[in-house]
Design a protein around this ligand. Structure first.
Ligand SMILES: Nc1ncnc2c1ncn2[C@@H]1O[C@H](COP(=O)(O)OP(=O)(O)OP(=O)(O)O)[C@@H](O)[C@H]1O
Length: 241
């Protein structure tokens, strides 16, 4: 795999279109030529009404789905034509994921869940990784919770563990799909502050899909998707002065 250029955007989309075949005589196009570039360390919110194409776009950004047309570049490298194995390796190396429903594995402890992306990459447990996972847990205020299984944690605590899991490999880009959508106001603010803190401490870029406009405005950049097109791309109030 070629090394990324230092000044490349972490992600670039060139004229990305997505069509679904839903049994109609013609396919339905739901993304109509999206151009987007996200630089290192950007903290970006994606908003838009239900059905505007946010999840479809996020799946393409996360290399979980392919565009019907156009191209996705990760760290300056085109992903077109990559095999499933190459896509999976690129995802593991360069992307972190946080979902609305944390998707922690219920049979494993919090500490094990955090280390899982590393086990997948290395094929084994590693004491250094365990120490790193423990340090991450401590940094989110959960140092005594490592041996608990997800069911013995609150929703906000589970989401904090899921964020540690997304960050364990220090990916240059984290994709967060409604990370606060399932939480009460206080836990929601804690989780958002955590994403912002990791953005500043580790310098990883974030794309946060959210329906919460107040939260979106606290990001540095807000992208508004309407009917499969970027209608607006503006600075939020969180933009550093
Ligand atoms: N697998 C699929 N097959 C066919 N159509 C789909 C599929 N997934 C999404 N769509 C359609 O694509 C459009 C965009 O859907 P998408 O889920 O991306 O929107 P969204 O902005 O994420 O919505 P929400 O905020 O409600 O999650 C919708 O019209 C939806 O019906």
């Amino acid at each position: 795999m070629t090394a990324p250029a230092a000044d490349s955007p972490v992600l670039r989309l060139k004229n990305v279109k997505k069509r679904y075949n839903i049994g109609l005589p013609s396919e339905q196009e739901v993304l109509h030529g999206i151009d987007l570039s996200v630089g290192p360390g950007e903290f970006l919110a994606m908003v838009g009404p239900s059905g505007s194409g946010k999840s479809t776009l996020l799946n393409i950004l996360g290399l979980l789905d392919q565009p019907s047309d156009g191209e996705v570049f990760i760290a300056g490298r085109s992903t077109r034509g990559l095999s499933d194995g190459e896509l999976s390796r690129l995802r593991g190396e360069r992307l972190g994921f946080v979902f609305q429903f944390h998707h922690l594995l219920t049979a494993f402890t919090a500490l094990d869940n955090i280390q899982m992306p590393c086990w997948a990459a290395m094929g084994r447990r590693d004491p250094d990784i365990e120490a790193h996972a423990q340090a991450l847990l401590a940094s989110v205020g959960l140092d005594d919770y490592g041996e608990r299984k997800p069911k013995a944690l609150s929703g906000g605590q589970q989401q904090r563990v899921a964020i540690c899991r997304a960050l364990i490999n220090r990916p240059p880009l984290v994709l967060a799909d409604e990370p606060t959508g399932n939480l009460d106001t206080e836990s929601s603010e804690q989780v958002f502050d955590l994403l912002r803190r990791f953005n500043r401490e580790f310098g990883c870029a974030f794309i946060i899909v959210t329906h919460d406009l107040e939260l979106a405005e606290k990001c540095d950049r807000v992208i508004e998707l309407v009917d499969g097109r970027i209608l607006d791309d503006r600075s939020g109030i969180g933009v550093p002065s």
